[in-house]
Design a protein around this ligand. Structure first.
Ligand code: FMN
Length: 196
């Protein structure tokens, strides 16, 4: 028989899961972040390229490095969050393809093809960021994703001299429901999907 996730598992990932701005004063261990990565890394990426790179910003000094890049509405909640993950991607991800996808010379499909590198790094890095949110939720953590920040400033502060570029941020902790807005409506199947 095919196994499916039970209702409480589905709720944990989707049904009752929310985007959190406030978190309870409960620390987030290194160990649970490692577990979340170990789950998220199993999600599929094209040619198994795995371009995502994550910096977990936790120390007050690192939070201060992040502060000037944040949109005004994202400052206080980010400074207060137990962890802020910078979801980034390595524009030289293809250098690892001989190890990650040994079935073919996949490195050659990317080297020198800037448009393909850009599209592949962004697409798959974003997917991996989504897998990471679901992995955090599966482990009982809550997330507050954010794109309201200056990517160039984050790249200068955290990735200077590297091939890594920021994509989006995720505040992570154990959510405080007191900070939640009412759930926003979602598009129905008939509005967002069609059969052909
Ligand atoms: C990629 C991304 C970027 C977001 N950027 C911000 C942001 O900059 N500031 C913010 O307050 N919320 C941000 N959000 C939160 C969304 O508004 C929130 O996920 C959405 O309204 C759904 O809320 P719910 O998960 O509680 O239903 C972002 C979410 C995503 C996925």
């Amino acid at each position: 028989m095919e196994e499916i996730l039970n209702q409480s598992g589905i709720d944990l990932l989707f049904g009752t899961a929310r985007s959190y701005s406030k978190f309870r004063p409960q620390p987030v261990s290194d160990d649970i972040l490692r577990q979340a990565w170990d789950l998220a890394r199993m999600g599929p990426t094209s040619v198994n390229c795995q371009p995502a790179r994550i910096v977990f910003v936790r120390s007050p000094a690192a939070k201060e490095k992040l502060r000037p890049a944040l949109a005004p509405g994202n400052v206080d909640k980010t400074m207060a969050a137990p962890i802020t993950a910078i979801i980034a991607h390595d524009m030289e991800f293809y250098e690892a393809l001989p190890r990650l996808f040994p079935h073919a010379d996949a490195r050659a499909w990317f080297a020198g093809n800037e448009a393909m590198i850009q599209a592949t790094a962004t697409r798959n890095g974003t997917l991996q960021g989504g897998y990471f949110i679901l992995a955090c939720r599966a482990l009982g953590l809550d997330c507050g994703p954010m794109s309201g920040f200056d990517n160039a400033k984050v790249d200068a502060a955290f990735f200077a001299g590297t091939s890594i570029r920021s994509n989006f941020l995720i505040n992570i902790g154990y959510g405080d429901a007191a900070g939640l807005y009412p759930r926003g409506p979602r598009l129905d199947f008939s509005e967002a999907c069609r059969m052909e």
